[in-house]
Ligand binder design. Sequence first.
Ligand code: NAD
Length: 507
Amino acid sequence: MMSKQLEENIKKAEGYLKRFRDGVTAHFINGGPCPGDSGRTYENLTPVDNASIGDIAEGSAGDIDLACQAAHAAFKDWRNTSGKARKKILNRFADLIEARAEEIALVESMDCGQPIRFMRAAAARAAENFRFFADKAPTAGNGLSLHQDEHLNYTKRTPIGPVGVITPWNTPFMLASWKTSPALAAGCSIVHKPAEFSPLSAMILAEISKEAGLPDGIWNTVNGFGEVAGKSLTEHPAIKAIGFVGETITGTHIMAQGAATLKRVHVELGGKNPVIVFDDADLERALDAVVFMIYSLNGQRCTSSSRLLVQRTIQAEFLAALEQRVNNIKVGHPLDPATEVGPLIHKTHLDKVMSYMDAARNEKATIVAGGELVDASGLGNYIRPTLFTNATNAMKIAREEIFGPVLTAIPFDTEEEAIEIANDTPYGLTGYVWTNDGGRGIRMAEALEAGMIWVNSENNRNLPSPFGGMKQSGIGRDGGDYSFDFYMETKNICIAHGAHNIPILGR
Ligand code: NAD
C-alpha cells in the first residue's frame, strides 16, 4: 500500500517531470537552450522502474566548441566584474535554488534514485554552497604582502579563464553547485558536462543561472556522454582548467586528454574508506555512524565508509547489532519519505554491485545480510542493504570500490594492525575513527593515509575546510580558499623602494 505522502510526492514529481518527458532536454549555451548540431538524442531512464523520463540531446564536439567559444567570449567582461557584483548574483542564485528546492529534490530523486530525504538536504546544501562562495567573491583576488629590504612584493589572484566542470550521477545537483560556485565567485566562466545518467537537475541549474543574472555565456551546459562531450571539453584549447568528480579510471583519462593543452586539473575520485571501531568507543554512536556512512545515499557516496574495521574484542557484539540494523533498513521508492535506501542509478551499475555478491561467495566471506535484489516493483534497480563478514583485506570486496549499500567487515586486534589494514588500499579519500582514548584518536588521525579524517564523527562538513583525497582518490582540494587556488592564477608583483643596486653590464 502506497503511503499518502508517497502518492502526493509522485503526483508533484510527475508535474515537474512533464516538460522533460514531453520534449527533448537541450543543451544550454550562451544564455539559452540549444538543440545541438547532430540532432542525436538518448533516452534518460528513471531507476524507479527503468522507464524513460524523456530524451536528452547527445552533445557533440561541435556543441562543446560552441559552448567553449561562448565561455571564452563572455569571460573578458566577467573577470572585470567587481566582486561585490558577483556576490549579489551568487546570493540570488542561492535564493532561487531555495525557491525551487522542492522541484530540484523531487526531480533529482526520480532521475538518480536517491531517497527524497537526502535530496531535500542536498538541495539546501547547494544553496549554502552558493551563499558561502558569494561572501568570498569580493576578497577572492586577495593575496599576500611579502617584504624585502629594498623591495615590496605583493601577490594577487586573477581568474584562470573559462573552466570545464564534469560531474557524476550520485548527488548531481549538490556536486555541480560545489564545483561551480567557487569558479563563478573567482570570476571564471563555465562549461558544465553533467553525468549522462542524471542530467535533469543540471538543466534547472542552468535556468537558475540565467534568472540569477549571470551574463550570457558565463554558464553553459552540454549534455551527453563522457567519451564524446566530456572528452572534447577536456581537449578544448579555450578551457584552462577541468574540475572533475568521478571514477579513478576516468580521472586518469581526464589527465591524459588534457595534457596536450596543458590543462590544470583537479580530480576528485573513488574511495574504499575505512571506519575503525575500537572497543573503548561509544559503541551506540559508532553503530549509528557506521550504518549512516555506508547505507545513506544508497551507498553511492565517495566518502562512504565501505570497510568496517572492528576490534576483535567487540566483534561479535558489534556485528550482531549491526546485522539487525541493516536488516531493518527500509528499501523503497525514492519519493517515499520513509525510504532509507532507494534504487541504484542504472541497470549496469546494479549488475556491477550484484557481481560483488558472487565475489564474496567465491572468496568465502559470509553474506550475513542482504546479498539479493528486492522485488519492490519488479522493474527497478532495488537491492537489499548488504553486510559481508569473515572477510580479509585481501579480498576483492575489501579492495574495490563497490559504490552501493554494501559493507565489508574485517576484524583487527591492535592499533598497529588497524593502521596497517586501513592504509593497505590504493585509495586515500577518508578515514573514520571511533575511540574514547583521545591520544589514540590523534595517533590514528596522524597515521591514516587519507585526505579527510573524522574522529568520533561521521562526515561532518565545514565549507572552509579542504575536501579531497590522497593516492588514487584524487589530486587537489576544494573548499574555502583552496577552491580559489585552483580556479585562479597567483601573480607576484615586485616594486623597488628606491635606488637599490642594479648589476651593471656593458656601461
Ligand atoms: P564516471 O567517472 O563514470 O563519470 C563521471 C563523469 O565523467 C560523467 O559526467 C561522465 O560522462 C564523464 N566522463 C566519462 N568518461 C570521460 C572522459 N573520457 N572524458 C571526460 N569525461 C568523461 O563516474 P560516475 O560513475 O558518474 O560516478 C561515480 C564515481 O564518482 C565513484 O567512483 C565515486 O567515488 C566518484 N565520486 C567521487 C567524489 C569525490 O569527491 N572524491 C564525489 C562523488 C563521486
